[in-house]
Design a protein around this ligand. Structure first.
Ligand code: IMP
Ligand code: MG
Length: 215
């Protein structure tokens, strides 16, 4: 059983409490769909507040952030521009190679824009750090990071995260866009792949850590 997971099932909550449906056998539920939804709404409100009067460019880091991004942008009540960037740092393993490869880039210039980089997870931080350097070189007016998940125990480099959904332990998670060897992205909740320890706990990201964009 996963500590911190809700024991409510059904369509609204996802597979809460500990049992995944047959097609996702091998995954321990960690954060149910209802909890995800509430947190993403809160992040959307924070971004709406912090960027009031602006039209930020939100960049989705594919593929992992895709589902989070789709929900997040609909929780933001501002005119936004959406961009996508595709990177790969893992080749089916659960450890970062440290090598980041860009396989698709954004389509518009970022100079003078307020940019929010939307990540699924900051694990070692190597990917986010690489992308921040890349994007900063393009002259945005401001550049912040919004991540659904952060695993601080795994950090190999410091990443300044302005908006975070949940802080999790050192477990490998799947679902809600995140995969293991391309599987389980379409799970509507977050779970832990069973061959890693099922004792992961999730804490809500501290919104106090959210900072306003640089003006
Ligand atoms: P980092 O460079 O180690 O911070 O991680 C980069 C990428 O690895 C993330 O954007 C994810 O796509 C992937 N990743 C890291 N941890 C996990 C996990 O627990 N589950 C699924 N993907 C992960
Ligand atoms: Mg990813």
């Amino acid at each position: 059983m996963v500590k911190g997971a809700r024991r409510r099932g059904g369509p609204g909550g996802g597979a809460a409490g500990g049992v995944s449906p047959g097609w996702a056998e091998g995954v321990w539920p960690l954060i149910d769909a209802r909890t995800l939804r509430a947190r993403v709404q809160a992040l959307g409100r924070a971004i709406t507040r912090d960027y009031a009067g602006r039209a930020p460019t939100l960049i989705c880091v594919l593929k992992g952030a895709s589902l989070f991004f789709a929900d997040l942008v609909r929780a933001i009540e501002l005119p936004v521009e959406l961009e996508f960037i595709a990177v790969s740092s893992y080749a089916g393993a659960t450890e970062s190679s440290g090598e980041v490869r860009i396989s698709a880039d954004v389509t518009h210039p970022l100079a003078g824009r307020d940019v929010v980089l939307v990540e699924d997870i900051v694990d070692t931080g190597l990917t986010a750090s690489f992308l921040l350097d890349l994007l900063q070189a393009r002259g945005p007016r401001s550049l912040t990071v919004c991540t659904l998940l952060e695993k601080p125990s795994r950090a190999r480099t410091r990443v300044d995260v302005a908006y975070r959904g949940f802080v999790i332990d050192d477990v490998f998670v799947v679902g809600y866009g995140l995969d293991h060897a391309e599987r389980w992205r379409n799970l509507p909740y977050l779970g832990v792949v069973r061959r890693t320890t099922p004792s992961g706990r999730a804490r809500r990201g501290r919104s106090a850590a959210a900072r306003r964009p640089r003006r």
